[in-house]
Design a protein around this ligand. Structure first.
Ligand code: BES
Ligand code: ZN
Length: 590
């Protein structure tokens, strides 16, 4: 019997409290090989310890140093299988000897050509949501927290890094040791191995990147220490010691991942103008919302992401001012509207904050709803109670639930008790959390800049003359807002815009993604060769999906999508490749 949707583990009876990893990275075989030793707390006197595992070969299991017979449950394509280990009430420690398979979904093994400097191979993991089990046998659900230590052996010339205190220089023998003394959930287990170097950015912050791009990264992330200090001033002490960012090769499938102590980030934020650093504010904010107070199940994912987007905006506001932060919120509001327009037709139930993920991959819940509807819900509460009461509430919330899990029901009870009981009838929590769409009292974003861009779009829509668009002072965000707001255009109109603003082939991946999406929608074939290059060089899922999704709407486009995907696939991380394979398989081209 499963006690949680996405894990076979029996953690309510017996819980893992400590993990000791001892692994060797073999780049030729594309495998991690070694042991995971788990200390357990068997409060219920359970007779079995049930772990999650997937695409991972168990070689041997020992219980308190004695080999035992283990069992493997039936295989589920999403969850993997239960690893069932006999224990007694006295059992202290369970040790699993294992190796990963090349297809382990969390891990991406990159050839030198797939890195920035093209000299050495690279490995990184992505455990969220339920992929930790593809590289470590454990109780893979966010409700279980454990501390860990690790010894990782890698080839010489490479550095190993984890979601723990990290080395700042390479070790000749390739042996690295790690310690994470704060209890974390499994989805925050992380490992990266590559030819990287470190530069400090301040008191407790720094950046890791391949040597050939380190300088650019250091320049781009110069405000990071200020972000940490601002975040602490807002919502209490940063408890994780250091906050560093590792800038990964371009196939990293996400923008960022809040691995404790060491955020993993896409190189596409290194835009050369510091315009995309709000992503760092976001991942940093997770050091509170998510990593301190953790969603209990993936149905409560909005508690992680909605709080984090809200917190991210507050950090941005402190550093860059209200107008800039509000401009970014306007972008979020626009994205939310797009998402709602799509989803209210196809899957209205998924526009609820609290999600029903029965029998589904938690990946299905990763939409703008958790992020943006979540953020605007919290912003609505702020509007109702006022900023100072809301900030005091959040400070208490993070303190009270430090290293604990939170679910939606528990949050509502706490919110009512501590805050909303003083403001009866002001906000309809049920509609916000369990209702579809966006409630009528959703906060309105007021950004002067967006009015300016909207006016430019209106002018252009009438004249179709690109030089009518006054782009003085435009940032990445202005270009995004402009292109997202464009009406349907003819091929000639697209060509004229391209001639004036040189979009095709642009280096900024955010703008490139929106431009190529528009090119597909408007049948602007001239952009397709550069679009194909883009799709083959960037692995961030958020940039790939909109282009592939629009391509497969026509038979000609679908053929092109298939052709590009067949070449690009080997360069994509499993989570990105999986989503694109789904899009192509489910396509119904006209
Ligand atoms: N924790 C998420 C990434 C994630 C979520 C990975 C769910 C797997 C499953 C991370 O904090 C995140 O939200 N990243 C965003 C960037 C952010 C600025 C919105 C991304 O990767 O685009
Ligand atoms: Zn996030």
């Amino acid at each position: 019997m499963k006690v949680e949707n996405h894990s076979f583990s029996n953690y309510k009876e017996v819980a893992v409290t400590h993990l000791s990893l001892n692994l060797k990275a073999d780049f030729d075989k594309k495998e991690l090989q070694g042991t995971a030793t788990l200390k357990i707390k068997n409060t219920a006197g359970a007779k079995q310890l049930i772990l999650d595992h997937k695409t991972l070969k168990v070689d041997n299991v020992a219980v308190d140093n004695k080999d035992v017979q283990f069992e493997i449950g039936p295989l589920d394509s999403i969850l993997g299988a239960a690893l069932i280990i006999p224990i007694t009430a006295e059992t202290k420690e369970v040790s699993v000897a294992y190796h990963t398979l090349p297809e382990s979904e969390a891990l991406q093994w990159l050839s030198p050509e797939q890195t920035h400097d093209k000299k050495h191979p690279f490995l990184f993991s992505q455990s969220q949501a339920i992929l930790a089990r593809t590289w470590i046998p454990l109780q893979d659900c966010p409700a279980v927290r454990f501390i860990y230590d690790a010894t990782i052996e890698v080839p010489p010339h490479l550095m190993a890094m984890m979601s723990a205190e990290n080395p700042t220089a390479k070790r000749k023998d390739g042996k690295y040791t790690f310690k994470q003394t704060k209890p974390i959930p499994s989805y925050l287990m992380a490992l990266a191995v590559g030819d990287v170097e470190f530069t400090s950015l301040g008191r407790n912050s720094g950046v890791y990147a391949e040597p050939g791009m380190l300088k650019k990264c250091v320049w781009e992330l110069a405000d990071m220490q200020g972000m940490i200090d601002s975040a602490e001033a807002l919502y209490g002490p940063y408890v994780w010691g250091r906050y560093d960012v590792l800038v990964l090769p371009p196939s990293f499938p996400f923008g960022g991942m809040e691995n404790p102590v060491l955020t993993f980030a896409t190189p596409t934020i290194i835009a050369g103008d510091r315009s995309l650093v709000s992503l760092v504010a976001h991942e940093l904010a997770h050091s509170w919302s998510g990593n301190l107070v953790t969603n209990e199940t993936w149905s409560d994912f909005w508690l992680n992401e909605g709080f984090t987007v809200y917190f991210e905006q507050r950090i941005m506001e402190k550093i860059y001012g209200h107008d800039y932060a509000e401009m970014l919120a306007g972008i979020g509001r626009g994205e939310l509207q797009h998402t709602l327009d799509d989803m209210m037709q196809e899957a209205p139930d998924d526009t609820k904050l609290f999600l029903n993920l029965d029998g589904r991959n938690p990946d299905d819940g990763v939409t703008d709803i958790a992020y943006e509807k979540g953020r605007f819900f919290l912003r609505r509460i702020e509007e109702v109670v006022g900023r100072s009461a809301w900030d005091a509430f959040l400070n208490d919330y993070f303190k009270t639930y430090t290293f604990k899990t939170m679910n939606t029901t528990k949050f509502v009870a706490y919110l009512n008790e501590k805050l909303l009981n003083k403001h009866p009838g002001k906000i309809d929590l049920d509609t916000w959390i369990y209702g579809t769409g966006l409630p009528k009292d959703a906060p309105v974003v007021n950004s002067k800049e967006w009015q300016r861009v909207k006016d430019a779009i209106a002018l252009y829509t009438k004249s179709k003359n690109p030089t009518d668009i006054d782009t003085k002072g435009y940032t990445t965000h202005h270009w995004l807002f402009l292109l997202r707001g464009m009406p349907l255009l003819s091929v000639d109109e697209m060509a004229a815009l391209d001639k004036t603003f040189s979009f095709t082939g642009i280096g900024n991946a955010e703008v490139a993604c929106v431009w190529y999406t528009l090119s597909v929608k408007n049948g602007y074939d001239a952009a397709f060769p550069e679009m194909a290059t883009f799709l083959k060089s960037v692995g961030r899922r958020k940039f790939l999906l909109p282009i592939y999704k629009n391509l497969v709407k026509t038979s000609k486009g679908k053929a092109l999508a298939e052709q590009i995907f067949s070449e690009a696939r080997k360069g994509y991380h499993a989570v990105a490749a999986g989503s694109i394979a789904d899009i192509i398989r489910e396509a119904q081209p006209k």
